[in-house]
Design a protein around this ligand. Structure first.
Ligand code: HEC
Ligand code: HEC
Ligand code: HEC
Ligand code: HEC
Ligand code: HEC
Ligand code: HEC
Ligand code: HEC
Length: 409
């Protein structure tokens, strides 16, 4: 399994990560704590801590401006209930069919009675057979793509058809074999840990994908980065009438050490790693290594741009020779800006004249440092097989350095 992770991490796309998660779940052999004897008590402890979760609507009362802009972030939108708006793909009759390489199988996406379905249609009339499952969750904001989950009893599975934004089209789900209708890909807790605020696991010896159907919070909430909020809210509400006004019970990442700050992002942007505690146990401000063991890629290993902006940033001389963190460039409370706009961040530490290209190109290099020094990179992996079409993903490299022109690959 270890090797598989590294191999997968070498591919540059979220799809590889997806496929890996799925592979892990299929193999079902990873001895995560949820399987071990101590599982119940660890899970119960995590559950008990949940009492202190208040949710984003509580923060809005006092942090109105942040709460408002946060609604437009991909973090907030990364898992949602299915609606016409949250699902990127089309249900109209001219766009709701996904053909496969197998003439005897196609998929149909249908909206009926307020719900949304993926139906596998086998064979031709009059022998036609169907299998239909409801889309119960949307994962992925749609910035790059989306994939859909469904409940079978208390178990969560991935559906065979995903959506790929660059193509504006339904595609065969990443890692799924073209021409086969596979409804058995399990969704493991680590997947949800990166894409949701909380899912309550139901520990089972059979598989890792049993969850409580009412025990989930979608989207990534404020408290995944700031810690559980009940005490803070209580103190601040009392502040007017008592002497609680002083210390905040909330984690402000800006006042943590740099390492602890980076770990808040690394819980989801540092690769899959190996879970040492049940999913959703990590507490911001605590050492991440108590909860998740992240792989430390070799110096030369090509690191997945998907899962691991942390390792790539840390490889950069900018990072090594300054106090740079992720939030030097990113304001996680608001939607992303176009890449070139981040050039002003570079210019906080560099002058345009520092760049070897300045002599040739002059001050116009100020318009876009990013595309030359953090190029978008193509992947050479086939990420989705749809009717013999190959789709290549593109990711922004976080290894800030000099790349050979034209853009390196
Ligand atoms: C009843 C009002 C109130 C509510 C509700 C509230 N806060 Fe605050 N929060 C404050 C006040 C007041 C401060 C101190 C403001 C300052 O120092 O600028 C603060 C400070 C903070 C800080 C900075 C802490 C520090 O030590 O620097 C963070 C982070 C924070 N809040 C997050 C949250 C989150 C997340 C929620 C929702 C779970 C939330 N707050 C709910 C009033 C509130
Ligand atoms: C993805 C992680 C993440 C999420 C989600 C997040 N924050 Fe923050 N927040 C941070 C970081 C990092 C900082 C410190 C920023 C810095 O370095 O200046 C911060 C700072 C703050 C502060 C104190 C400084 C300030 O800007 O006033 C408040 C208050 C705050 N966040 C509230 C919220 C609220 C409310 C939400 C949800 C609507 C939220 N945060 C969601 C990461 C996050
Ligand atoms: C709980 C998991 C989680 C945490 C914690 C987290 N992220 Fe993310 N982040 C994600 C996921 C998942 C996405 C992809 C969202 C999508 O498009 O569906 C994402 C997307 C992003 C993006 C791309 C936004 C865009 O609009 O394209 C940036 C930038 C980012 N995260 C920065 C950060 C930073 C900085 C931190 C730490 C302060 C952080 N994230 C913490 C899970 C997380
Ligand atoms: C270690 C954390 C992590 C795990 C595990 C993970 N993802 Fe992601 N996922 C991310 C991050 C971070 C992004 C943002 C893009 C990037 O950095 O590549 C992302 C991107 C995506 C996207 C594209 C979102 C968009 O529109 O930009 C989808 C869809 C997705 N993931 C689904 C899944 C599913 C389903 C699983 C589990 C089977 C999973 N991911 C497992 C962290 C994770
Ligand atoms: C927080 C400060 C900071 C920021 C922000 C920053 N850098 Fe740097 N960068 C540095 C430092 C410090 C060095 C190392 C300089 C040295 O050792 O002489 C460096 C080195 C570099 C190098 C040389 C890398 C190498 O491998 O030789 C390049 C290229 C570079 N930065 C480009 C950028 C670009 C482009 C951006 C914006 C996307 C940026 N930097 C943002 C501080 C920063
Ligand atoms: C020197 C500036 C800088 C730093 C530091 C930085 N990023 Fe970025 N990041 C960017 C730029 C520029 C983009 C491209 C934005 C766009 O395309 O709109 C980006 C894009 C992203 C994306 C979207 C990925 C994609 O391929 O579209 C994620 C996720 C992300 N950053 C996470 C992080 C995390 C996590 C950290 C800390 C480990 C981090 N970033 C540190 C500048 C930075
Ligand atoms: C057209 C592509 C391009 C653009 C735009 C560009 N750079 Fe460069 N940059 C390069 C190349 C190529 C080199 C290496 C030049 C050499 O070695 O002679 C370089 C070198 C550098 C170095 C390393 C200098 C050293 O000797 O270590 C820094 C720092 C740097 N650039 C920063 C920036 C910043 C900041 C911006 C935006 C204001 C920027 N660059 C815009 C291509 C570019």
């Amino acid at each position: 399994m270890q090797r598989q992770i590294i191999v997968c991490v070498a591919k540059q796309i979220w799809v590889a990560l997806l496929a890996l998660c799925v592979a892990q779940s299929l193999a079902g052999q990873r001895a995560t704590p949820a399987h071990s004897a101590g599982a119940n008590s660890a899970t119960e402890k995590a559950e008990a801590a949940r009492q202190n979760f208040v949710g984003d609507s509580a923060c809005k009362e006092c942090h109105g401006a942040i709460a408002e802009t946060y609604l437009h972030t991909t973090h907030h939108l990364t898992s949602q209930l299915p609606t016409k708006d949250s699902i990127s793909g089309s249900f109209a009759s001219n766009g709701n069919v996904l053909k496969t390489g197998n003439p005897d199988l196609h998929f149909l996406m249908e909206a009926r009675g307020g719900s949304f379905y993926q139906t596998a249609v086998f064979w031709q009339p009059p022998d036609q057979k169907m299998r239909s499952e409801r889309m119960d969750f949307v994962t992925g904001s749609g910035e790059k793509g989306q994939t859909y989950l469904y409940w079978r009893g208390n178990q969560l599975f991935q559906l065979p058809v995903s959506y790929w934004t660059d193509l504006h089209a339904w595609v065969n789900s990443p890692g799924f074999t073209d021409g086969v209708a596979d409804f058995n890909r399990r969704i493991v807790p680590r997947c949800l840990e990166c894409h949701a605020t909380y899912f309550a696991s139901e520990p089972s010896d059979k598989a890792e994908n049993f969850y409580r159907k009412s025990g989930f919070v979608l989207g990534i909430s404020c408290e995944r980065c700031h810690g559980l909020g009940r005490e803070h809210v209580r103190q601040k509400r009392l502040a007017g009438t008592s002497d609680f006004a002083g210390k905040s019970a909330m984690v402000n990442p800006a006042s943590l050490t740099r390492e602890r700050q980076m770990e808040i992002c690394a819980q989801c942007h540092g690769g899959i790693g190996e879970s040492l505690e049940p999913a959703f146990s990590y507490v911001p401000g605590q050492p991440l290594e108590k909860y998740i063991k992240l792989q430390r890629p070799d110096e030369d290993a090509r690191v997945d741009v998907h899962g691991n902006q942390v390792a790539l940033t840390q490889r950069s001389r900018c990072y090594q020779s300054s106090q740079m963190t992720c939030t030097t460039c990113h304001d996680v409370h608001a939607a992303e800006r176009p890449a070139a706009a981040y050039s002003e961040k570079c210019l906080q530490c560099h002058k345009d004249k520092d760049c070897g290209e300045f002599a040739k190109l002059g001050p116009k290099i100020r318009e876009n440092c990013v595309d030359c020094h953090m190029p978008v990179q193509d992947s050479n992996l086939i990420i989705s097989n749809v009717a013999e079409k190959q789709i290549k993903a593109q990711m922004r490299s976080h290894w800030i350095k000099v790349y050979p022109a034209p853009q390196a690959n």
